[in-house]
Design a protein around this ligand. Structure first.
Ligand code: UD1
Length: 430
């Protein structure tokens, strides 16, 4: 398994292009199942999660063609998907256990083909991660759902029907799944307490471009008037706000200056405000964000993760890495996932001073310096937090389990090297 070796201490300066968002691309890819006509996605990040989802869709019979294009000055992938000969209506265990987002096939398959089978995803490193909201909403739309041999078996022999569904939590995944299902349902569906993440707006834009009738974009009440068929469309994946936030912290923690090209500040309001409160200079334009940490004293600050537009849970670990070297104390409260402090013991091995209280709060008391160490994390964002700590630490840090990073950070070493990091991948045979 590959490792990443970092020699810390370099201030990072320069420009980093922000890629398309993984969490936007995943549902967009699955939306292609809703039509027999081609759906083209531009600015798709080159990530293992995407190639993995592509392989699931190919298993189902999806035709996929791939090219590279310049998008906003950055070379990225364009994929065209055509679902005119879907032969398997099942997402098998071997796919779903490796990537939970495979559950995005459920809504589209059921809506278009009236049947779907999905291996139940189970929990993961950051929490139990139930999918009850997805399933009860589909039931309200007329589907019958059975759990058999670890699989969700969903049927809607007469097609899905519009319904009024109220989510008990503003789930991103359920919002995407039910949106996609409702586009081809008979009648009108109304989703209350829908998630409002920018990745959902991206999906709504694609679905509407395909002929769906969805209103309420960017609000918590979405109304979908079902249509008989969807047609071809092209859309670009929105820039990845979590990747942008992660590299913003790379500038902050190394006291450098990085311009994040193509980053959208409006999607990062809470994290950027937090960086300002911590003492960083933040400058925004409509096409980039500049984070300047040169000659700044970084101070502790509290964060509370919440549904968008609240502070993103997917930036909690990276901010905690910054807090470890800030002056004073910071309180981190994680309200979305019940088990998202797995990076804490690893940061402490590098010299951080962090105390966890209960399962939702951690107090970070800033230290003068971290020191390099071999470390590993159990999830994607926690792994990036360890990269950040390594960039700031004295000496050598080896981050193990790099496959987590490859799921969500395109060209990680290349991007960090270009701004002056001493980082390299050590290739190892399994
Ligand atoms: C998505 C993101 C993930 C991010 C999360 C929260 C993708 C591929 N992943 O995950 O990176 O951390 O949003 O911003 O986009 N819940 C239920 N029942 C359900 C579904 C969710 O109780 O049926 C709960 C979860 O346990 C959690 C909360 O709702 O406490 C939010 O989960 P959700 O928004 O669904 O997260 P994901 O879509 O899985």
């Amino acid at each position: 398994m590959d490792k990443i070796k970092i020699i810390g201490g370099n201030a990072l300066n320069g420009k980093i292009y922000i890629s398309g968002a993984k969490n936007a691309a995943l549902p967009l890819v699955c939306a292609a199942l809703l039509s027999e006509e081609p759906v083209t996605l531009q600015n798709v990040p080159a990530l293992s999660d995407i190639t993995f989802l592509n392989s699931l869709l190919q298993y189902m019979g999806m035709k996929i063609s791939e090219s590279e294009e310049l998008h906003d000055g950055y070379r990225s992938k364009t994929y065209t998907y055509q679902a005119d000969n879907i032969t398997a209506l099942v997402a098998p265990y071997d796919f779903v256990r490796k990537m939970r987002a495979s559950y995005y096939v459920l809504g589209p398959l059921l809506a278009r083909f009236k049947h779907a089978e999905l291996s139940l995803p189970g929990g993961c490193a950051i929490g139990a991660r139930p999918i009850d909201i997805h399933l009860t909403s589909l039931e309200q739309m007329g589907a019958t759902i059975e759990i058999k041999n670890g699989y969700v078996v969903a049927d809607a022999p007469n097609g899905l029907k519009g319904a009024h569904v109220i989510f008990h939590k503003a789930s991103v995944g359920a919002t995407c799944n039910i949106l996609m299902a409702a586009t081809l349902a008979e009648g009108t569906t109304r989703i209350e307490n829908a998630a409002k993440e920018p990745e959902i707006a991206n999906l709504i834009d694609l679905l509407n471009a395909m002929g769906a009738k969805i209103t309420g974009r960017d609000t918590s009440i979405l109304t979908i008037e079902g249509v008989k068929k969807l047609h071809k469309a092209t859309i670009a994946v929105v820039p990845d706000r979590i990747e942008a936030g992660s590299y913003a912290i790379a500038a902050a923690i190394t006291k450098g200056r990085i311009e994040l090209i193509n980053a959208q500040a409006e999607h990062l309001q809470q994290p950027l405000r937090t960086l300002e409160k911590m003492g960083l200079d933040v400058e925004t334009t409509d096409k980039s964000i500049i984070i300047d940490g040169r000659n700044k004293t970084i101070c502790g600050e509290d964060i509370y993760t919440d549904y968008y537009p609240g502070f993103p849970t997917d930036l909690q670990a990276q901010f905690m890495a910054l807090m470890t070297v800030a002056e004073g104390a910071s309180l981190v409260t994680e309200s979305i996932w019940e088990n998202r402090f797995m990076h804490v013991p690893e940061l402490c091995r590098m010299g951080a001073n962090i105390n966890i209280h209960g399962h939702a709060s951690a107090i970070v008391r800033g230290v003068k310096k971290l020191s390099g160490a071999p470390v590993m994390a159990t999830d994607l964002r926690a792994s990036f937090a360890l990269v950040l700590a390594g960039l700031a630490a004295e000496g050598e840090t080896i981050v193990n389990r790099v496959y987590h990073l490859d799921r969500g950070y395109e060209k990680l070493e290349e991007k960090l090297k270009a701004v002056g990091a001493n980082i390299e991948r050590i290739k190892e045979e399994d």
